[in-house]
Ligand binder design. Sequence first.
Ligand code: FES
Length: 144
Amino acid sequence: MNSKNIHRRTFLDWLLGAGLVVWAIGFVAPVVAYLWPAQRRGPGAQAVSAGKQQDFAEWQTKIIALNGQPVIVIRTPQGFRAFSAICTHLGCIVTWDAARHLVACPCHAGLFDLNGRVVGGPPPRPLMEYGVAVVNNEVMIKSA
Ligand code: FES
């Protein structure tokens, strides 16, 4: 074996090693990103605006995102309420039943009252409630 073959072989070994490292990073990084909880990647929002108070008519609702989770905001005659919009049965996104003034799940007819309590259907638990504060006319929803 001459020195030219040794250099070629060393270079090919290095190239193979570098290729394996790149492949390993490309394979492992998405798995780690998927498994790493989102909360640990950075600070989540502590509060988010649902809009101006006057943008909500009485009994009007809106679904907003807070830390990537859907939240249903309801303006009642007594003020604003906000609940997780994820049904506690199998995770469907709830809607507002304006005729009955109830939060309704379209998947299996789950029903929740204005306190988030289950009043019909299969959901096993109430909806998680979020804090609401009106600050400078802005309806702010606070993370739980
Ligand atoms: S997912 Fe809501 S009632 Fe089943």
